[in-house]
Design a protein around this ligand. Sequence first.
Ligand code: BGC
Length: 377
Amino acid sequence: MKKKVLGLLLTAVMSMGLLIGCGPADTGEPTDDGSAAATTTEAKKGDSSGKKVAVAMPTQSSERWINDGSNMKEKLEALGYEVDLQYAEDDVQAQVSQIENMIAAGADCLVIAAVDSSALVNVEAQAKEAGIPIIAYDRLLMDTDAVSYYATFDNKGVGTAIGKYIEEAKDLANTDETYTIEFFMGSPDDNNAVMLYNGLMEVLKPYLDNGTLVCKSGRTSFDDTCILRWSQETAQQNCENYLTGFYSDEKLDICATAFDGFAYGCKAALEGAGYKVGKDWPLITGQDAELMATKNIIAGSQTMSIYKDTRLLADKCVTMVQAVLEGSEPEINDKEQYDNGKLVVPSYLCTPVAVDKDNYKEIIVDGGYYTEEQLAE
Ligand code: BGC
């Protein structure tokens, strides 16, 4: 398969197209632009200050959740709440026990980013029984009527943005070339993963159908490409298997991955198979714009990521906590997309932004997310 030299034209197309797919959710509400200005805590100390807010996070194995947890703690404490922050290290049963303990310890409100979104039904029912409101953080809580609100990013928009990035970078709509692609999708127990896949395929499926994109493993369905618990090791293993099984005489051009951790796994597999940055290195996508991923983008071993400003998400979530504790109305911009099987959960969707070498300074450094010094370490 011939590889196209994209040159200057591509650079121009890429820099023009980066923000496509990252507009506001179709709500008519004002958008968040990921800039520093958007990160001020809107909430003011209110009547509920002094109450206990318990925050259950999935894992510290990925940097984004460490940031989410510390942002939430800091913002809640600034409003006078007592905060109990716990991480379950991707162990479903550990998270169930943590939440049981939070209820027993007298939490007034629970904020949950689930390890397995459907596994908490019983403990959520216990919370409801005890009159403790629940806010779903980033990941929808499925099959429960105990959840009041959901703060997240536009998860389908994340997939669309990744798809559009690939479409524009390879000029799929106009090219005569064909490109090989493999998919590394998120955890089947996380509703976000399916939504991302749907957004991605909305953009890329026509190119798979018309042969511009060729997936030599044949693994294009969500079921065939999802990776339980977002495991970096499994992504690496899958990539190694694809490279040895299908790419011995032809190069892999695109790793469409749904998470920076998967991009690291693909990077390791590609290095092992002798691919070289600047020579035959594929386009690799990711999600979260972790510090390591952003460094890799600068170094060229990852092409792009999706920047999700966790400070902004925490701000939105904190206003939901205040609302349930004080009986006020938080800002909501989606009342349709997030049906958890029991109810359509009123949600606030923050806007994800595609970042690469060309715009990381403007979005990430100028936005105050990482400093140049951190990125240079
Ligand atoms: C989040 C992503 C994250 C993934 C793995 C998803 O639920 O929305 O931002 O990359 O979990 O941690």
